[in-house]
Design a binder for this molecule. Structure first.
Ligand code: 5AD
Ligand code: SF4
Length: 479
């Protein structure tokens, strides 16, 4: 195709979304088919995800677009098109991407037609994009978190213009619905309910890279869930950086608890999870809906971050130690079979041994079923990065080790609490280490290994929990 031809194709594209992207998917199909005819094999596309559930969900959208554009999905980074969907919440996530880019460069030297793309949170940092433009010239396509829906258009430009295409938006109010997505699991799916975050916890880069809070229209959410159910999904995970802020900016406004009730009313849907809840605005209404609605899973992820009120205030978390403890107590009283999990950061600037002891105190009192523990990572541009008294690395690591030990001790004790009970488990996959066994997930998010086969995957079956193995159970099936 000569240049005027593809310039015309771009000029003739519809302006509105998602029509514009469907148009580019169709145009890409032709290019992809032409290349694959020449090669005598399909063109493969690989999407590699770093980071959280939001990114995993975005990757399903990316893969859906790529398949609609004629690519064949592949797990291999030797594919014709490779995209890294990046995370930047902690610096080690960035370092991993730079490390793996070296490897991609070596692959590209063997296959010069290979297309390397980068997207996601890390690309929203101007210094990262500068570094890529300067030192990683072999990268072909770069875009951020606000315009992932534009993959087809950007890739079309890259494949026709054949130079590095960079398109980073600073923010957006736009939510583009009705684009394809390729689900990783047939029986469960994440569902975005909102994008962005307005909380500005002082250590966190997310508000800068994912922008301001925008809630999806409840009708669109319910319609997506209904379609998923028609397609065999029994469990959905409602996704948002802080689901408790859901609906505040909608007209008319609505609460997350109301949305939860609407989703629970979808016939055929068996289970609902959600992620993540900020303790500052978890309402009594939400606790009641969780308590009274059997479809809502018995699991709540409630990030603590620190047990010290002084540090929490420095973190801009808007709750104190006592408030958090009271909330955890209230939830456990209302929903006694709930499993609580959390995120904890050690080594936030100015954290003293006394502050750290407060964190240990909270984890001993709440008794989490499990906890993700993180070393504080300085993120340029966040208020905490400029704070004095950054904690020395050896102290941070020592606290981290002590925290981890305590978290593991408690979670091992907690995981035995349901031995002997019968509970429903959603069978998620074959047990890789034990032939003839499958793994299932309990409502409280804990895994159980049971006898079974591939045909059980996606079914919810009653399981007797026979024995605790620390982080999971061994179970038997009821006759
Ligand atoms: N350093 C360490 N951990 C962080 N998190 C967010 N920002 C940072 C940071 N700068 C953690 C928080 C959050 C989780 C997703 O990542 O605990 O809940
Ligand atoms: Fe980051 Fe706080 Fe927003 Fe979570 S609530 S994404 S920790 S700023």
């Amino acid at each position: 195709m000569d240049k005027t031809e593809y310039v015309n194709i771009i000029e003739q594209a519809p302006v509105g979304e998602p029509e514009r992207q469907h148009y580019f998917m169709q145009e890409l199909r032709e290019i992809v088919m032409e290349r694959s005819d020449k090669l005598g094999r399909p063109l493969y596309a690989n999407v590699t995800t770093f980071g959280c559930q939001m990114n995993a969900k975005d990757s399903e959208k990316l893969l859906g677009i790529l398949e609609a554009a004629g690519f064949t999905a592949s797990g291999e980074e030797t594919s014709d098109f490779v995209i890294y969907n990046t995370c930047t919440v902690r610096d080690n996530a960035n370092q991993r991407v730079y490390g793996r880019l070296g490897y991609l460069n070596s692959l590209k030297q063997k296959n010069p037609d290979m297309i390397v793309a980068l997207c996601g949170c890390m690309m929203q940092e101007p210094s990262v994009v500068e570094k890529i433009k300067k030192s990683y010239r072999f990268v072909d396509l770069v875009f951020g978190t606000h315009n992932i829906f534009k993959l087809a258009e950007l890739l079309y430009r890259q494949m026709t213009e054949r130079h590095m295409v960079v398109d980073i938006w600073n923010g957006t109010d736009e939510i583009v619905e009705k684009l394809p997505a390729e689900r990783k699991y047939s029986f469960k799916s994440g569902v975005n309910i909102m994008y962005g975050c307005n909380n500005f916890c002082s250590y966190c880069i997310v508000p800068y890279v994912r922008g301001r809070e925008r809630s999806r229209n409840p009708k669109d959410i319910v319609e997506e869930v209904k379609n998923l159910v028609k397609d065999g999904v029994v469990e959905v995970m409602l996704l948002g950086q802080n689901v408790n802020s859901y609906g505040k900016t909608l007209d008319p406004p609505m609460s997350f608890a109301e949305l939860l009730k609407m989703v629970a009313a979808v016939e055929g849907l068996e289970r609902i999870r959600f992620m993540t809840s900020h303790p500052k605005d978890l309402s009594d209404e939400l606790i009641r809906v969780m308590r009274d609605c059997p479809k809502v899973c018995r699991h709540l992820h409630l990030p603590l971050q620190s047990g010290s009120s002084r540090i929490l205030s420095q973190m801009n978390r808007v709750y104190g130690k006592e408030q958090y403890l009271a909330l955890a107590e209230k939830i456990k009283t209302e929903i006694p079979d709930i499993s609580l999990t959390t995120d904890i950061i050690v080594g936030f600037p100015g954290e003293t041994e006394e502050d750290f002891q407060e964190t240990l105190d909270v984890i001993r009192r709440v008794r989490y079923d499990s906890a993700f523990t993180f070393l504080y990572s300085k993120r340029t541009g966040t208020p905490a990065a400029a704070m004095e008294d950054q904690v020395p690395e050896e102290i941070m690591k020592d606290r981290f080790e002590r925290l981890l030990k305590e978290v593991q001790r408690i979670s091992a004790e907690m995981s035995g609490k349901d031995v002997g009970k019968v509970m429903p488990a959603l069978v998620e996959g074959l047990d890789d280490h034990n032939p003839g066994m499958v793994t299932g997930r309990l409502s409280n998010n804990i895994m159980v290994h049971i006898p079974g086969e591939a045909s059980d995957i996606g079914k919810i079956i009653p399981v007797k929990l026979e024995e605790s193995r620390g982080f999971y159970y061994m179970g038997t099936r009821l006759p």
